[in-house]
Ligand binder design. Structure first.
Ligand code: PBG
Length: 330
């Protein structure tokens, strides 16, 4: 039987695996993956993070194991988070030259200079109240916080970080960091801005992992309202004008439209952060036998790149790299 347009048959291009692989529209590389790592003060620690199965807290003396595993899978960039022993009102361990992150950076750079180290620049893991800045009357004081954020970024770079990634969502922070880095001779150190970061329930497992849940209130006065897409562009363009080198949208899976919007309206490389809740949901559903973990990981990863991401930060980074190598995706 004939049908309308029967000379055009999309199925022709789905006939064999070779052909399907040839016409794929999205091409992936492990080189575009960033793997988050959690450093914890102490010795001989490698302990699984219960909210993020198969991710671990490492003390600096053992973090090399994680770095080596990542490199073995061709994952060449890590995003470092720190869990200090001591917290206070101003998060002073965040900019201490012997803080957990600074120790970790030196250790990793010493043993694995080829690993690109990006550091999360924020205060919530370091403050006793768990907010991302300096408090004033139960809210975060934007301008006061800027000095601290810039100081933290500088101390990471002085310890050897290749790139800094501020996640605090204070207004003006890219400018503040850029100035301080430049004044200290680090003109060529890049800033990856968490430019578009929503106040999200998907960060729950991370806050358990990093001990960074706010002790009161929430982060809605500094992170974005998830109803807003035009505001995403406002944030992104501000960071471009302040000198950001890479932009990020976070979370990823519920924000694919935002990724597309930012990609189409800016000209910087765009990262997407598939956050802890996205990872934990896949892990939990798979553990219950409800979904195929590998299949869902592959499909959701490609979805994020298809939306426009150039770079992906994921707790599945090593597994995604393996899937790309096998040719299952990309
Ligand atoms: C620090 C920070 C958070 C995440 C990255 N950096 C937590 C937050 O903002 O509460 C979340 C990462 C994830 O959920 O995987 N501000």
């Amino acid at each position: 039987m004939n049908f309308m347009n029967d000379n055009i048959r999309p199925r022709r291009l789905r006939k064999s695996e070779t052909l399907r692989d040839m016409v794929r529209e999205v091409r992936l590389s492990p080189k575009s993956l960033i793997y988050p790592l959690f450093l914890k003060e102490g010795n001989n620690i490698k302990s699984e993070i219960s909210s993020l199965p198969n991710n671990f807290h490492y003390s600096p003396d053992r973090v090399g194991e994680a770095v080596e595993e990542a490199l073995k899978n061709d994952v060449r960039s890590i995003l470092l988070f720190g869990l200090p022993d001591h917290k206070d009102e101003v998060g002073s361990q965040a900019y201490d030259e012997n803080g957990i992150i600074q120790q970790g950076i030196r250790k990793i750079k010493d043993e694995y200079p080829e690993m690109q180290i990006i550091t999360d620049v924020c205060m919530c893991e370091y403050t006793s109240h768990g907010h991302c800045g300096i408090l004033h009357n139960h809210d975060v004081d934007n301008d006061k916080t800027l000095d601290y954020i810039a100081r933290i970024a500088l101390s990471h770079v002085q310890a050897g970080a290749d790139m800094v990634a501020p996640s605090d969502m204070m207004d003006g922070r890219i400018d503040a960091i850029r100035r301080v880095l430049d004044e200290n001779g680090y003109n060529d150190t890049a800033i990856m801005s968490y430019a578009v970061k929503y106040a999200s329930a998907f960060y729950g497992p991370f806050r358990d992992a990093a001990g960074s849940a706010p002790s009161f209130g929430n982060r809605k006065s500094y992170q974005m309202d998830y109803h807003n897409k035009r505001e995403a562009l406002k944030e992104a363009l501000l960071d471009v004008s302040e000198g950001a080198d890479i932009l990020m949208v976070k979370p990823a899976l519920s924000y694919l439209d935002v990724i597309k919007e930012v990609k189409e309206n800016t000209n910087l490389p765009l990262a997407a952060y598939s956050v802890s809740g996205e990872y934990a949901m896949i892990k939990a559903a798979a553990a219950q036998g409800l979904i195929d973990e590998y299949g869902v990981m592959c499909e959701s990863t490609v979805g994020i790149y298809r939306a426009g991401a150039d770079i992906l930060i994921s707790y599945f980074a090593k597994e995604i790299a393996q899937a790309i190598k096998k040719g299952d995706i990309g």
